[in-house]
Each structure stands twice: as structure tokens, then as C-alpha cells.
Design a protein around this ligand. Sequence first.
Ligand code: 13P
Length: 253
Amino acid sequence: MKILAGNWKMNTSFEEGYNLIETLKAELSPERLGDVVVVIAPPSIQLTQAVDLLVDYPELAVAAQNGHAGDYGAFTGEVSMAQLADAGADAVIIGHSERRQFFGESDSVVNKKVLSALEQELRPIVCVGEVLEVRKAGKHLSAVKEQLRLALEGVSGDLAENLVIAYEPVWAIGTGETATAAQAQEMHAHLRGLLRELYGDLADHLPIVYGGSCKPSNAAELFAQADVNGGLIGGASLVAADFIALADLLHKS
Ligand code: 13P
């Protein structure tokens, strides 16, 4: 399976979100997408608008950008995985570096969220990635593998088939600087090795997508790599023409 996910982050008004979704609906027919699954992740307040607009478009899935690991309770300001599932979300982004960096999400919190999402039958898009100092120190492969191992602790083989992994080098997010295709492939192959240790042959079927300044001008090379099964797109997912171009490039890859 190939996945193109658009993480809108804390952007878009209701009207902008509506217009973006209507354009994607009009352009991205099942024939055009082929084996590409498109996921959009609007801000949580606009989640139900997206779910309602896409009710007859199963090829366009809806993800939340975050969720709380508890089901219900006294957690002011939070939205739980159970509530996201109840709202009609298909998937949830977990452990994005912005959550880790700005909201203090530890590996253990990320792990709890992954387990909770799977319990609620939400597809977790589990994000991992190194900061620049770690790459400069040459420790990126081991550090990111460990991040993923901790995120997946306790995820059984039965549940693992719903996982999507996103490799997002922190130094490439929103900076205009993308990982080279070779850097992405090296990391993705390394992470697939861990998935194989944990889940055997299932590893070959689990999508590992790349994120970090991915745009139409650099995506073809990234998507051509054997272990790059799609993209998690920030900035370019807010521009309908760019996101559609990325879907076309992924389809052709
Ligand atoms: P950019 O594509 O804007 O670099 O963002 C990537 C990202 O963080 C997606 O989750």
C-alpha cells in the first residue's frame, strides 16, 4: 500500500479546509489514485467537517493530528482516541516531532497513544525522526530505530498490520531542506529491518512514508526508493495542486 498523507498542522479556516477537500474530491478519482491511499489530517476542530464531506469517498481517509491515550475523563482540552473514532476518523498521527518538541511527548506517551489508537481501530501513523545533532554525530540510525522500538512496545503481530510508520527527520521539517533519496532509503530500510525483527514477513507490507519538505520538485526521487512507500506532507498539502501532483507522482512510482 502507498500512502500520501497531508498534515495540515494548525492551519486552515473551515472555509479553506472545505475548499481544499472539495478540490481533492473533484480531482482524485479512484482511477487516478490507483494503489495510493490519500489521508488528510485537518485540525481537530475541523475533523467532522472532513468526515462529513468525505463520507462517499472511501479512498480519501481522515486522520487526526493527535489524540489522548485515555478513553474519557478529566483531561481538560484533550480529545481521546475513542472520541476520534466516534467522530469518524480513520487514522491518527502519533508522536509527530512537533508534539515531542513543543508538548513534551515522551516515547512512553507515544507508545500509550499507539496502543490506544489500535484498540479504537484507528490506524496510527507513528512518527519518528532525529534532530540534526544526532545525525551529525552519526547516531541517527540507532536513535531512530530505538524511538520506533519504544513506540511499538506491546503492539502484537495481530494489531501491527494497521501500522503506518513515518520517518520525518526533524531538520527537514518546514525548513525547505529535504533528506536526500539515499538518506531516506537508508533509514527506511533500517526501520523495516526492525519491523521484520518484530513482525516477520508482515514488515514488507507495512507502509513507511517519508516526511520533511517533500514537494513535487523532489518527490519523484524519494518515492522511487524501494522502502519509501509514500509521504507525510506538511506545507505542500495545503496547496491543492501540489498535493494532487504528489498523489500522481506516488501513483507513478
Ligand atoms: P513539511 O512538509 O512542511 O516540511 O512538514 C512535514 C511534516 O512535518 C509533516 O508531518
